[in-house]
Unconditional design. Structure first.
Length: 266
């Protein structure tokens, strides 16, 4: 067993983000990172790009002390059924699947950490909620945080909150992208070119996000500052806030995402 090796099962977008983060932050040497990816061309591409190792499922698991399970929730049961070695730290990034799900299927006393990163991890700016299973230790949690911090930030939660984390931040980037899509479309409807609409929206979005992070003001504070009585912003806000339609829509959308996260574990 490789004491200082890490195996990544699944070389998709999030799997690659983790490889990139681990190599970039030099947490593991490239020759200590192994990937298992069923798409042979994809596996070879990752191997060549990051100078890492590649192998089949049981080879990667056998040689690693930490195993990251980065496959889709619907494929997880099949993957777990093939794993025969359980004395590892297993880190799952699959939405909805509980630590009990892994403990039951792996058998024995597997040390499991459940994580829910999000898409900005692709550029090292993600955030992940994490929690531990029954047998994972404090040292395991620290190791998982160290690994996941290579692609952004981590926040520790009780497992009972993980479906909410999935709904809020795991699925959250899609909410932002949908809002941006509609914002650009509305800008074009006002006569702006597609390029100008996109640039105005992108830069306004990026600047506003940085303003939130750097000033210490809440979103409500900043909204109040930009909304002058009788002005153009107030006119737009009246539409957004009429009958709390936007707020209700957000609550219903997140509730649906949380409900689906629970269903994935069944």
């Amino acid at each position: 067993m490789g004491k200082n090796k890490i195996g990544i099962i699944g070389g998709g977008n999030m799997g690659e983000a983790l490889i990139k983060g681990l190599v970039g932050k030099k947490l593991f040497a490239p020759n200590s990172i192994l990937v298992c990816e069923v798409d042979i061309k994809r596996a070879q591409s990752l191997k060549k790009k990051y100078h890492i190792g590649a192998g089949d499922l049981n080879t990667v698991v056998a040689q690693s002390s930490v195993v990251i399970l980065a496959v889709k929730p619907q494929d997880m049961e099949n993957v777990l059924s093939q794993i025969t070695e359980h004395n590892k730290l297993f880190i799952s990034i699959a939405a909805g699947l509980t630590t009990k799900f892994f403990e039951k299927r792996l058998g024995g006393r597997p040390r499991v950490v459940r994580a829910m990163p999000n898409m900005p991890a692709l550029i090292g700016e993600g955030i992940a909620g994490i929690c531990t299973g029954k047998y994972a230790t404090a040292a395991d949690l620290r190791k998982a945080q160290e690994i996941l911090n290579t692609i952004g930030e981590t926040v520790i939660f009780k497992e009972s909150m993980m479906d909410a984390v999935t709904a809020v931040s795991g699925s959250g980037p899609a909410y932002v992208f949908l809002f941006v899509e509609q914002w650009i479309a509305a800008a074009i409807s006002l006569g702006l070119s597609k390029i100008d609409a996109r640039n105005l929206v992108y830069e306004t979005l990026a600047g506003s996000a940085h303003l939130l992070r750097k000033t210490g003001f809440t979103a409500s504070d900043l909204r109040a500052k930009v909304t002058s009585k009788g002005g153009t912003t107030e006119a737009a806000m009246k539409i957004f806030l009429k009958n709390n339609t936007f707020g209700k829509l957000m609550k219903n959308a997140l509730a649906a995402a949380k409900k689906r996260a629970k269903e994935l574990a069944k």
